[in-house]
Each structure stands twice: as C-alpha cells, then as structure tokens.
Design a protein around this ligand. Structure first.
Ligand code: CAA
Length: 239
C-alpha cells in the first residue's frame, strides 16, 4: 500500500503496521489530502486482522509542523465549515487498535493535536511540542485546547496555548504528553518495540481496554466505571 503523502508498511514487524507522513519539504504540514490519505490508510489497517498495532511517524526533522497554513490562508469561515476537515480527525479518534506515535523534531499545532489522537507516544530528545496558533492570529481547532488541558492540566495548557511557545521533549515527558524520550537514533525502534510487545496481547482485550481508557476522557467516574465493568464481563464471553 503506497500513497503519495502517507507511506504505509503494513507488516514492518509481525502484527505491526508503520505509517510515515511524507511531505518532508513542507515539514509534514497536514494538508487535507494528507489527512484524508492518513484516515483511509488507518481505516484499512484497523480492519485488517493481521495488524494488531499501528505506529505513526514522520521524519527526524519534523513529525508535523501543523495544519497547512497556506491551504487555510484564503479560506472563509464558511469554506472551512463546508470542508469539515475535523470529521477526518474524528474518524482517526475512533480507531479500535492501538496507535503509537514515534515523533522527532517539530510537533506543532495540528501535529501536536495528531499526537494526542494517538494512544502512546515515543519522542526523540530533539522533539519540540507546541501549539503556536495564537502566533498566527488563530487558535487550535483539533483538540489543542480540550485534549491538551485534560492531558497536562489547565495552567500548563494555558501557557502552551497563550504563549505559543514550544516545550522540550524533557518537559513533555514531565508534563505527561509522552511516554518516553530516547535519543533520536532510537525513537522509531523504541516505538516499534513497544508496538510489537503490545501486539502479543489478545486483540479483543486490546480493543476493549483501549475503548475503556478513552472513555475516561469524556465521562464521569461512575459512567466510566460502569463502561469498564461491561467490557470486563464481555471478555468472559470470548476465548
Ligand atoms: N503549513 C504549511 N507549510 C509549512 C508549515 C505549515 N504549518 N510549516 C512549515 N511549512 C513549510 C514552509 O512554508 C517552508 O516551505 P517553503 O520552503 O516552500 O517556503 C518549509 O515548510 C520549511 O519551513 P521553514 O523554511 O519555515 O523552516 P524553518 O526551519 O525555518 O522553521 C518552523 C520551521 C519553525 C516549524 C516554521 O516553518 C513554522 O513556524 N511553521 C509554522 C508552524 C505553525 O504555525 N503551525 C500551526 C499551524 S495552524 C494549526 O495547526 C491549526 C490547527 O489546530 C489544526
């Protein structure tokens, strides 16, 4: 499977698919075509029984420098409403299988928001995470005020969003944006190792456990616990 803007290796390791954002000259700016290709590739892999986990990466210089600002620059509010780019992101959010981000270099704006759509994050020491939209006179639109706040807390999210300044991989680790920080030579291998390990788990376990953890992000504790319990019982109906 080879697309222009997203390169896919469906079995880079047994049970593990790799997707690479492929607009290196534009620092992997997330234009609508790239996002549509990414969504389509992820949906195919999500339904492929031979794939257990997926790893999303860019290149050493940039995971992604954000939404494509040139593409948005001359659009009206109504154009953007009709293009409805965020329904693509919503479909990525609903993937059943674990999606692991392996990031390096610029992780900005929509790039950081895309990382927050992933379930686990391995970062290189050179990664820099930011929501610079206010420096452009706009604001985050793909979860950069909502998911970021739930993930790192109000005052830290407020600082990132209002100043637009990027933070280091070390700070991202301390603030809970990423799971691990490793030297730039190792971040992809480390993500693939983690993906291979998780791929050993039973597929239904993975699916229901991921769903349950995500449920905690937008439900009350009692609702989340009830959801967890149902999924727990459900697994006793499987092999
Ligand atoms: N959109 C479109 N093109 C981009 C881009 C973006 N977000 N970021 C970088 N590029 C392009 C540049 O235009 C340039 O292309 P040309 O060579 O054709 O001019 C190429 O990538 C390399 O960029 P630079 O020459 O600027 O590289 P640099 O090393 O000097 O700077 C950078 C790197 C600091 C990341 C700088 O490119 C930058 O600030 N980019 C914009 C980052 C940004 O504001 N992101 C947020 C976008 S809005 C958003 O994401 C909204 C949302 O919530 C969905």
């Amino acid at each position: 499977m080879k697309n222009e803007l997203v390169v896919v290796e469906p079995q880079i390791r047994p049970g593990v698919a790799l997707l690479r954002l492929n607009r290196p000259k534009e620092l992997n700016a997330l234009n609508w075509q790239l996002m549509a290709e990414l969504r389509d590739a992820l949906k195919v892999l999500d339904q492929d029984d031979s794939v257990k986990t997926m790893v999303l990466t860019g290149n050493d210089r940039a995971f992604a420098a954000g939404a494509d600002i040139h593409q948005m620059a001359d659009k009206s509010a109504m154009d953007l409403l009709l293009i409805d780019q965020f329904s693509t992101w919503e479909q990525i959010r609903r993937l059943k299988k674990p999606l692991i981000a392996a990031v390096s270099g610029f992780v900005l704006g929509g790039g950081n928001e895309l990382v927050m759509h992933c379930d686990l994050v391995i970062a290189s020491e050179t990664a820099r995470f930011g929501q610079p939209e206010l420096l452009l006179g706009i604001m985050p639109g793909a979860g950069g005020t909502q998911r970021l706040t739930r993930q790192i807390g109000k005052v830290r999210a407020m600082e990132m969003v209002l100043t637009g300044q990027a933070i280091s991989a070390k700070d991202a680790l301390a603030w809970g944006l990423v799971n691990r920080v490793v030297p730039v030579e190792c971040y992809l291998d480390e993500a693939l190792r983690l993906a291979s390990d998780i791929a050993q788990r039973a597929p239904l376990d993975l699916r229901l456990a991921k769903e349950s953890v995500l449920k905690s992000q937008d439900s009350s504790l009692s609702e989340g616990l009830a959801f967890e319990r149902k999924n727990f019982y459900l697994l006793f109906a499987s092999n």
